[in-house]
Each structure stands twice: as C-alpha cells, then as structure tokens.
Design a protein around this ligand. Structure first.
Ligand code: ADP
Ligand code: ZN
Ligand code: ZN
Length: 709
C-alpha cells in the first residue's frame, strides 16, 4: 500500500493542471519536504503540500467515487531531498495565501520562492553541497564595529515602543533621522533576548543592499548575515537560502523576493522605504512584498516595522491615530522628525522656468549655486528621470520622428554609441545619417535625457576650476552607466570618495544612499508627473523629490566645517502647484492629508480596493473583446453587485513588441468582495481564453492591488 503525496510543482502559467499534483510513495513524506518528481518527460523539483496515508488515500478515493482512477495510475515520486529540513507550515501558509490573493498557482509561487539552483540538484549533490557549506561557514571571520553610537532621543523612543508594543509599526522618520540605527538596535535587542531568533530586513533596490550588508555585518558579525536578491549568482543565492532555512543566518537582508525566504525562527521583519513601488513585482506573480510582510508577520508572530520618510498613502492611512468618530488604523505610527545631529532638512528653492529665457536647461541661479559648491569642494547631485541622450530624434522638414516600428513609443537617442533604442522592446538601430522619410541630413534630438544633461554640464562648467585648480568632474549614474557588473559599486565609491563634483542621474541616485558631501540636489524637469493620468503620480513625485532632497546635507559635522547649508532646487513651470508648497515645508503629513481627502471623495485606494484584468493580443479589438466578454461573464458571479467593472481601455503604451495591450479596472469598497469575485472569475477566464472570445489573445493576467493604472 502506498502513500498519496500532493506536490506543488512549477506548472506553466495558465496550464490546465491543478494547483498540486499527486504522486505515490512507499513511505510517509512530511509536508514541506522537497522532492523530485516526474512531470511529463522531465523530472522536476516539488514541494510536498500534503501526504495521505494509504488508509486515508483509500477513503479519499471512495468518498470521491473515484475508485477507477485509483492510485496505481499515479507515478511514484523520484526522490526526497532529505538532507534539508522540510519547509515549515508557516512558509507553506504564506505561499498559499500569496497564491490565492494574487491569483496565481501554488506551484508557481512556491518554486519561485526557492533558489533556482535547487531545481537541478539531486539528493546526492545537495548533500555534498551542504557539507561544503558548513566547512566554509567556519572559516568566516567577523569584523565587529567600533562600538554603537548613542541613540538620539527620538530613536530611543521609537525603539522603546517597538520593544513594548505589538505593531505593525510605521516608522515615519525624516531622511537622515537614523532609521537604520533603529533597525539595527531592534535586531540586536531581539537576538539578545532570543538566541535562536531570526530577522528579515528588506530594501527596495539591489543597489542598496551592499551598504546595508556592510553595516549589519559590522554589527553582528559576517556569519550571522546573508543577502538574498537577484543580483547574486545562483550558488550564492543557494548558500544564503540554506543558511536562512537552516537557521544559521540570523539576519536575512534582501529585496522583495526575500519576503519568501524560509526562516523557521522569524521574529522581526523590517521593510525599509516601504513606500517604494519596487516592492510590487511587475511581472509573473504581481505580489507586494510589503503587504505580504505584514501578513507574514501576523501569521508568524513576528513584529513588523515599515520605515519611510514618505510613507505610502496606504500605510499612512492604516496608521492614522484614533479620533472621535474613528477607531484609527491598526498600524502604530512612530515619528522621528529630526535629522541626526540636528541638521536642518535642505531649504527648498523653486525656480520659475516661465521667467527663464526660452530653452534654458539650467537656470542661471542654479548654475551659480552649483558653481559655489564646486569652488568649496562640495558635491551636487542633479536628478533627471530620463536616461539616454534625447527621448526623440526628429526631422524638422517632414516631421519624421524616431518611432519604434514595434511599439507605440519613440526610440530614445543614445549618443554614446549613436543608436536609437526602444526602452520597451529593446529594438536597437544605428542612428540614420539622414531622415529616413525625406533624406534631410539635419535630424535633431528633441528633449533631454541624462546623457545630454551630462554633456551640457560639461560645457557649462568647462571653464570652472575647483578649489585645487583641477577641472570639474562630472559623473552620471543610470541604468546605462551601470550595466556592467560592479559598475554601480565603483561609481558610488567614487562619489563617496569625493572624486566627483557633480553627479547626474535618474531615480537610481535619489534613493537611500547615505552620501556625506552632497550639499545641493536639483530636480531639473520634474513637471511631467504633475499631469499624469495615474492617480498615484503625485504621490510618487512627492516622495521621489523628498527622497532626493534627503540626499543633501546628511552630515552635520561636514556642513558645519564647510560653513555650508543644504539646498534642494526644483525647476518648474508650475511653481504654484500645491505639491511644491508641501515640499517646501517638508510636509508629508499635509501632502498626505490633501491626497487622502481627494482619494476618499473619489472612492479610490486606500478607500477602495482594485484589480486589473489585462489582456495582450494580436489586435486591440481582440484584447478588448476578451475583456468585455470576461466582464459579461462576471455578472453571474457571487458578489458581482459589490464590484464595479470599468470598460476595457488600451494601456498608455498600447503596443509593445507588436503586441496590443488592453486592461479593465475592477474596484470595490470591500476587499473581501473583490477577492471573492476574482476567485470565481479565474476558471471562467481560463474557459474564455479557449472559447471564440479568446481568439487572438496571447495572454491574460490579473494584477491585484495594481500600483500603476
Ligand atoms: P535614514 O535611513 O533615516 O535616512 P540613516 O539611518 O542613513 O538615516 O542615518 C543617517 C546618518 O546618521 C548615518 O550616517 C548614520 O550612521 C548616522 N546616525 C544614525 N544614528 C545616529 C546616532 N544616534 N548618532 C550619530 N549618528 C547617527
Ligand atoms: Zn524628414
Ligand atoms: Zn519597441
């Protein structure tokens, strides 16, 4: 008699296979065990989700009336990776919840949460690997820190509340208020109290992990800390994962994927820069690592600390204090308004670009201010959220523009290698010598990206010398300049070492970095986001500008020694915009309140819950027809009357790589009602895809709690 083992495996998205597949085993296999199982002609990694004893399996079959599809038809599992302890119930619950909530298969989430290398390892290989790993771990030496600093009163108070209360906490701390120190101390207190406890600390971007890793390793010793992010090699990821799963890693640092790390003794989760859109995965399973962290903390009894200088409106709303008519949110808001060393936040200066000569890129006043900083040996950072040389190349004679033949978008002109590159599909060509439409040799760049800004600054400062007589050093950091492995680290190191006077870059440089000598930050053209159709655009812009400002004047001693002050410059055609007024006051609370009032009035998140159904098809008509049919099919579902379905519309960038894209917004004031509808919809959508309504549809997907609309 055999056991019946239910196993989660990676099945192709949208395949007809169920969530778990059944196999047989002559002996019991614990739920959570990693196994190798046959699937088609391959053998794949799987996670045991449930195991039924021979007696139970027999009853299951009898009650299902399925004696004819008896177990003998099932294939046996091929092997058990028993060198590793089984994944815990809590981990499987997390995966199960994420799969249900984000409308994906269990196997997809479970397997994506495991290190890729594990997929191809036999039990023997894994066993060997584990032996090697424990030998290596013994050799690592710790480099302890010089000795922790004395906490500021605000830090001490935040820490005391985190120790004393259950949370979840929203640590609302200004840029430079020392949030990292609070995280470090919370972890230290936990590890002192519970010798086996583990902590998970997440940051939004890979490029923030080295800085954080260095600080945690200095404090807790190198062997206590591992990282998990997609910039690591597969062997590194496997080693980190094993250390987290086995409990030898006390602290796991990582990007959003780390929320799924198996940590059997998890007691604390920190989500730094919790407002950051990068916590939402934008492909495959579109989960929010921040939201899952809160769920996971609750399920596992781990404290959750969300930190930000500009909390998302969702978290801000959830942490609202109680008032007469309102019980308040369930998060606890902890405020750290002051910067360490009592440095002031940078003074915000608005430059009215309407008053500048036409085609001004950098106003005279800003130029002067940067020049003074160069002369004093200080650094400036100029921020422009658009990479490449120019967003469009155009012919003045016939109106030709550098459209991408495969997308509804322009190709960006990159001067460095004289290419036109589509940032959506990647299609790249050499820049034509003359207009492809009319032969005019005079085709010209329109608009400005970081590459062009860098070039322009070089011209503007060509004659300027800094204190020691040398030429001005301008550097650029963006996705293009950092493509090579290790490039970003070395570029950041150059900035930290003072080898750069003016740093130009995209939002990559605006976040998180603890620059010490930057005293001026400028946003030269942020207006685009003021008039976006996405209702979250103002929130994004505000936090990006606040974060950018937060890179200036972070070191009190340096400012004092220089006799300098920190400034944030903003060039805009809309100086009266209330967003800038709030920014000048560093008033996140005021900004958030205004936005929340508008959202409440319009019934938008966080006062409503949304999902998007998206369809990609050969034609826009086919994509929309599928969505409209899906909407009609949803009429009969339970709870449909509580959920608003909007008409299907093309996406802002309607066509990418010759695929037409359309979406439909679904909204409800009840999260439960929305979830109920989505659950009932899923099988109908699978059916529709194969029906005539699905003709021409390449794929469809559901995005729950979408971040951009
Ligand atoms: P945030 O993440 O809030 O922007 P950081 O955690 O990066 O700020 O802290 C800003 C700087 O202040 C860092 O260089 C950090 O080492 C320093 N710092 C933090 N707490 C203290 C303290 N209590 N005393 C002295 N320096 C501190
Ligand atoms: Zn032309
Ligand atoms: Zn393209």
């Amino acid at each position: 008699m055999n056991w019946c083992i239910h196993v989660a495996v990676q099945t192709p998205a949208h395949s007809a296979l169920g969530d778990v597949l059944s196999y047989t085993s002559p002996c019991a296999v614990a739920p959570g065990a990693l196994v190798r199982v046959p699937l088609g002609r391959r053998e794949v990694l799987g996670v045991v989700w449930a195991a039924r004893s021979p007696e139970e399996a027999a009853t299951d079959e009898a009650s299902a009336g399925a004696l004819d599809v008896a177990m003998p038809d099932l294939k046996p599992i091929a092997g058990v990776l028993d060198a590793l302890p089984a994944l815990g119930d809590a981990w499987r619950d997390l995966v199960g919840f994420a799969a249900r909530y984000y409308q994906r298969s269990l196997g997809e989430i479970a397997l994506a949460a495991l290190p890729p290398q594990l997929r191809d390892m036999s039990a023997v290989q894994l066993g060997r690997r584990l032996k090697r790993r424990s030998a290596a771990a013994d050799r690592v030496a710790a480099a302890p820190e010089a000795g922790p600093v004395a906490l500021t009163p605000e830090q001490a108070q935040a820490l005391a509340r985190i120790e004393a209360e259950a949370g979840p906490f929203l640590l609302f701390g200004s840029t430079g208020s020392g949030k990292t120190e609070v995280y470090l101390r919370s972890v230290a207190a936990l590890l002192a109290r519970e010798p086996d406890a583990q902590a998970l600390v997440m940051v939004p971007e890979i490029n923030l992990t080295p800085q954080l890793e260095a600080r945690f390793k200095a404090r807790f010793g190198a062997e206590a800390v591992v990282s998990l992010h997609s910039g690591m090699t597969n062997p590194q990821r496997l080693a980190s994962w094993i250390a987290a799963h086995g409990g030898s890693a006390r602290i796991v640092l990582g990007t959003r994927m780390a929320v799924f790390a198996s940590m059997p003794a998890l007691r604390l989760i920190v989500v730094d820069e919790e407002h950051d859109p990068s916590y939402k995965q934008q492909e495959g399973a579109r989960y929010s690592a921040r939201d899952l962290a809160v769920w996971r903390g609750q399920r596992e009894g781990a404290k959750v600390v969300l930190g930000s200088a500009t909390p998302s409106l969702e978290s801000w709303h959830r942490s609202r204090p109680a008032t007469a008519g309102d019980a308040g949110g369930n998060y606890l808001r902890l405020a750290m308004p002051s910067r360490v060393g009592a440095v002031a936040l940078p003074a915000v200066r608005l430059v009215d670009m309407n008053l500048q000569p036409p085609r001004t890129v950098i106003s005279g006043a800003l130029l002067d201010a940067i020049g003074q900083r160069i002369a004093r040996g200080e650094q400036s950072m100029i921020f422009l959220n658009r990479r490449g040389y120019a967003p469009v190349l155009a012919c003045g004679d016939c109106g030709w523009k550098s459209e991408c033949p495969h997308c509804s978008a322009y190709r960006v002109f990159h001067k460095i290698d004289r290419t036109l590159r589509c940032h959506h599909c990647g299609f790249t060509e050499r820049v034509p010598r003359a207009c492809p439409a009319c032969g005019n040799p005079d085709i010209a760049p329109v608009g400005r990206g970081t590459e062009r800004l860098e070039e322009h600054l070089g011209e503007l400062f060509a004659a300027v010398r800094h204190a020691d007589g040398g030429a001005v050093r301008i550097a650029r950091i963006d996705a293009d300049s950092t493509r090579r492995q290790g490039a970003l680290e070395s570029q950041l190191a150059a900035v930290h070492a003072g080898e750069v006077d003016v740093l130009v870059g995209t939002q990559m440089i605006a976040k998180g970095h603890d620059f010490r000598r930057i005293t001026l930050v400028a946003a030269v053209n942020p207006d685009g986001a003021l008039f976006s159709s996405d209702f979250r655009a103002p929130e994004r812009l505000f936090s990006l500008l606040m974060q950018s400002a937060g890179r200036a004047g972070r070191d009190a001693a340096y400012l004092a020694a220089q006799g300098s002050t920190a400034e944030m410059w903003i060039q805009t055609h809309h100086p009266q915009h209330p967003l800038f007024a709030a920014l000048r006051r560093h008033d996140h609370a005021g900004f958030a309140q205004g936005e929340l009032e508008e959202r409440a009035a319009a019934g938008m998140p966080p006062f409503a819950f949304q999902a998007l159904l998206r369809a990609d098809a050969r034609t826009q008509e086919a994509a929309q027809a599928f969505l409209n049919a899906a909407s009609a099919a949803a009429d009969s579902l339970p709870g449909a009357e509580l959920v608003t379905r909007y008409p299907a519309v093309p996406l802002t960038i309607q066509r990418i790589a010759n695929v037409e894209r359309a979406q439909m917004l679904i909204e409800s004031s009840s999260r439960a009602a929305l979830q109920r509808l989505l659950a009932g919809w899923q099988p109908l959508l699978h059916g529709l895809r194969k029906a005539p309504e699905g003709k021409g549809v390449i794929r469809w997907l559901v995005d729950v709690d979408p971040q951009s609309i």
